[in-house]
Design a protein around this ligand. Structure first.
Ligand code: MG
Length: 308
């Protein structure tokens, strides 16, 4: 990768408002190229090989012109982490003004999962509910859960493997969205998703950027939802650009996770359940990491760049 990108590197530590997949501080690397700021933010535990598409995406964002857009505002869903305290759930729901869909993390404990869904439904009775299982269940567990859960817009990654998803799909009417099955595949183009999932869950960084995702959509020919990975406003904006560049976008997108951060490098507000593409300029005020963490990220980027 071009040295000028590395020269612009900043690494920030963003505190979260609530525990999200065990994270209370989200570190992200940002660099700037001819076409603006870009984000590289694979989670800390990822091996370099898994970081490669994230870096390809960031380089694309910094160095390539934005694609043609079909819309500049995107309908978003609220994301509810696996939290159980009703007051905390209520606070999180309030972070998403006008949002018509909530994605609720489930999978660890059926009783608590159902109580979480019930709490969100009672706070926003008119909203659609989708659940994300992160591949935690067997086929039977997914079938039993759906019998108890009421109306569900779709279930995201209920089981881990392609074989289980295929089996489950024969047994339920609720739509299935594939996330990890696509994102963690060695080659997402080699998957046969026919009879496996109804919806592609697409995240711009882990899938290697906008151009590659357009190719993936053309290849699989399924409806899509754009989502995110607890990114800063820079990464979220690039996800909004992806969502804006997709001709047929039928579902609210999981791009409102910035609401879960206590601090961010920019603010993209949610207005009437929508977010706007804005190419924000980051403000680094007091958010930069220590020299040691900066060097860790810089080395990670240089190692990962060798794999591209
Ligand atoms: Mg997911």
């Amino acid at each position: 990768m071009d040295q000028s990108l590395l020269d612009s590197l900043r690494v920030v530590a963003l505190p979260t408002k609530t525990n999200f997949r065990g994270i209370k501080i989200r570190e992200v690397a940002l660099f700037k190229g001819e076409y603006g700021w870009a984000e590289f933010s694979p989670f800390l535990e990822y091996e370099d090989a898994e970081c490669a598409p994230w870096l390809a995406c960031a380089i694309e964002a910094a160095t390539k012109p934005r694609p043609k857009l079909f819309r500049s505002t995107i309908n978003v869903n609220g994301t509810i982490p696996a939290i159980d305290d009703e007051k905390e759930i209520s606070k999180i729901v309030d972070l998403y003004p006008g949002v018509k869909t909530f994605k609720i993390k489930v999978g660890d404990n059926t009783e608590l999962d159902l109580a979480r869904i019930k709490a969100v439904r009672s706070l926003r009775p008119d909203s659609a509910i989708r659940v994300d299982v992160n591949g935690a269940w067997t086929v039977d567990q997914a079938v039993s859960f759906l019998k108890l859960a009421g109306e569900i817009e779709y279930i995201e990654q209920p089981c881990a493997s392609v074989e289980e998803l295929r089996e489950l799909k024969k047994r339920i009417d609720v739509k299935i969205a594939g996330d990890e099955v696509i994102r963690k595949a060695v080659d997402p183009f080699a998957l046969d998703l026919n009879g496996v999932v109804d919806i592609l869950m697409l995240k711009v960084q882990p899938l290697g950027g906008i151009k590659r995702i357009h190719n993936l959509i053309d290849h699989h020919k399924l409806p899509v939802v754009v989502s995110s990975a607890l990114e800063s406003a820079i990464g979220i904006d690039y996800g909004l650009v992806l969502a804006g560049s997709i001709n047929h976008l039928d579902y609210g997108c999981g791009l409102a996770t910035g609401s879960l951060l206590a601090k961010d490098v920019a603010n993209i507000s949610i207005v009437s359940g929508q977010m706007e593409i804005s190419s924000p300029t980051p403000i680094f005020d007091g958010l930069d990491v220590s020299i040691e963490r900066f060097e860790w990220w810089k080395n990670r980027i240089m190692r990962t760049a060798e794999l591209l």
